[in-house]
Design a protein around this ligand. Structure first.
Ligand SMILES: Nc1nc2c(c(=O)[nH]1)N[C@H]1C(S)=C(S)[C@@H](COP(=O)(O)O)O[C@H]1N2
Ligand SMILES: [Mo]
Length: 511
């Protein structure tokens, strides 16, 4: 119990002090982020695949469990001498400090929290250790029992009071840390901005753009349902006032933009579909939104991009990086944006508040930098982005592959024979979807009805009524053809290294 309480005190006090001095440098989160960085890539991919948007919660709970076990063992080893427990707490303190130092945005004040953690852990341990009734040698125990055991009663009461005090203190400090390291004040700053009206609005979504009535997603994904993928245990905290974007490297003129500069520029709204390279065949990491922002092409034209700068290398406030081909960013047909609004609301914190990048037609890991603060014009030889670096080794270029998905019926759903309509989505940003076909039990391909095309950068819904199937277990497959004439390949490859392929296949029950 002394072991567990001391470690709890160390963690919670560290978290509280971090909340007071440097909210994104909490040792607990720093260790968690360090764990993410050190996790072997296959395990990381497994976690994202298995736990989806809960991967971070699972990691934190796992860390808490491991720490509790380590603390328990430390306590048990300290029954004769305090040395093992103290050593353990010091080692944990060092791990916390190293994790904090390893963060790319480390500053010396960040060390205050791990130091406080260490002091609290050692202090709690020594206090409780002194109060603890010690298992005395056999003879003495009998003696004490014989004389009535009053001493033991007193020290046991002291121990109970001490433990309760440490537990309560740890609880309060932990709660305080939770509040202070949370995003409450950033959310307030975000709300103060109010809704966003673009200078150049996107055309309204036409009627018939989705088949939500028969089971496709709605055409526009509500902000709260937009998929989220990033490596952040704790969200970066950046107010619009603090935000700056430095644009430098192979440009004729470097600049640093602030929020007011950005607001003064012409804003355009674009309806786009964003996809994650980790999306498995039939997976959910695809969403569609109206992004409002400033065209990067116009900005770069003013600064003058030098010859040979083939990579736009962007960095977020926490050091994550992406490398996008300059050619794609400058494409006059498809607007790369510095985005600050999503469906006319300020960008949600988890989607990059206050500013992120979006590049049509590319997977997020090489283009969609959230919490963006740095843009360097460079070459692919000189800089390598986070997911492309050893040992992660994802593809250097990430054009989104032409794919399709069956949303209805669901896997093994039972459908009456006379009411069967297959429905789903297909996507090929920025090429556009030409045709979607489905087949049942390996039969002839049947053309599906396509929903109204919104633009070539967004997904396209499809549906097909298939009446008269025999009762029993049936198999349906889907394949899309894009506007370049490319027919989706049946070859199944996993998301690594540059996006999954294959025909999405489901089984369902008729009758
Ligand atoms: N700073 C930062 N930006 C990031 C990431 C990240 O981990 N950190 N993940 C990228 C990936 S892999 C994807 S698919 C998109 C997801 O954006 P979303 O969470 O807003 O959907 O963000 C990209 N931008
Ligand atoms: Mo991604």
């Amino acid at each position: 119990m002394i072991g567990v309480l001391s470690v709890a005190a160390a963690l919670s006090v560290g978290h509280l002090v971090a909340g007071l001095v440097a909210p994104t440098a909490s040792p607990f989160f720093a260790v968690g982020n360090g764990a993410i960085d050190l996790t072997p890539t296959p395990l990381k991919n497994f976690a994202v695949r298995t736990f989806g948007n809960n991967d971070k919660l699972v990691l934190l709970l796992g860390m808490a469990l491991v720490l509790a076990i380590v603390a328990l063992v430390g306590g048990l080893l300290s029954r004769r001498s305090p040395r093992p427990g103290l050593t353990l707490i010091v080692v944990l303190g060092i791990v916390g400090a190293v994790a904090v130092i390893a963060r790319p945005t480390f500053g010396v004040v960040d060390l205050v929290a791990p130091a406080a953690s260490l002091v609290a852990g050692v202090g709690a341990f020594l206090l409780l250790y002194r109060l603890a009734p010690r298992p005395a040698a056999g003879g003495a125990r009998h003696a004490s029992r014989a004389t009535g055991g009053d001493d033991r009663g007193v020290s046991r009461r002291g121990m109970l009071v001490g433990s309760a005090a440490v537990a309560a203190g740890a609880g309060l400090a932990g709660y305080g840390g939770y509040v202070l390291t949370g995003t409450g004040n950033i959310e307030a700053a975000r709300r103060r901005l109010g809704s966003v009206v673009p200078d150049e609005p996107a055309p309204p979504i036409p009627a018939g753009a989705d088949f939500a009535a028969v089971g496709t997603p709605t055409f526009i994904t509500p902000n709260s349902e937009f998929y989220r993928v990033d490596i952040n245990l704790q969200l970066p905290q950046l107010t619009p006032e603090e935000w700056e974007l430095r644009i430098h490297g192979m440009v004729d003129r470097e600049i640093t933009l602030n929020w007011d500069d950005l607001m003064a520029m012409r804003s355009v709204e674009r309806t786009v579909t964003q996809v994650c390279v980790s999306n498995e065949l039939g997976g959910p990491y695809i969403s569609t939104t109206n992004y409002t922002g400033v065209r990067v092409r116009d900005l770069l034209a003013e600064l003058g991009v030098r010859d040979g700068a083939n990579q736009v290398f962007t960095t977020s406030v926490d050091g994550w990086t992406a490398g996008t081909p300059t050619e794609t960013v400058l494409d006059p047909e498809n607007d790369t944006l510095l985005v600050y609004a999503m469906n006319r609301e300020p960008l949600p914190i988890e989607h990059g508040f206050p500013v992120r990048m979006f590049v049509p037609g590319l997977y997020g890991y090489i283009s969609a930098t959230k919490w963006i603060t740095d843009m360097e014009l460079t070459t692919f030889e000189d800089q390598t982005a986070y997911w492309v670096q050893e040992p992660r080794n994802w593809g250097r270029f990430g054009p989104i592959k032409t794919m399709s998905r069956i949303d209805s019926p669901g896997s093994f759903e039972r459908v009456p024979a006379d009411q069967l309509t297959l429905a789903g989505v297909a996507w090929a940003p920025t090429v556009g979807i030409e045709r979607v076909e489905v087949r049942v039990d390996g039969g002839a391909w049947m053309p599906a009805e396509l929903a109204t095309e919104v633009n070539r950068t967004t997904w396209r819904m499809w549906k097909l009524a298939v009446p008269g199937l025999q009762p029993g277990l049936r198999t349906a497959e889907v394949r899309a053809t894009d506007r370049s004439g490319y027919v989706q390949t049946p070859e199944r490859v996993p998301p690594i290294p540059d996006g999954a392929t294959g025909w999405h296949t489901i089984r369902f029950n008729v009758g």
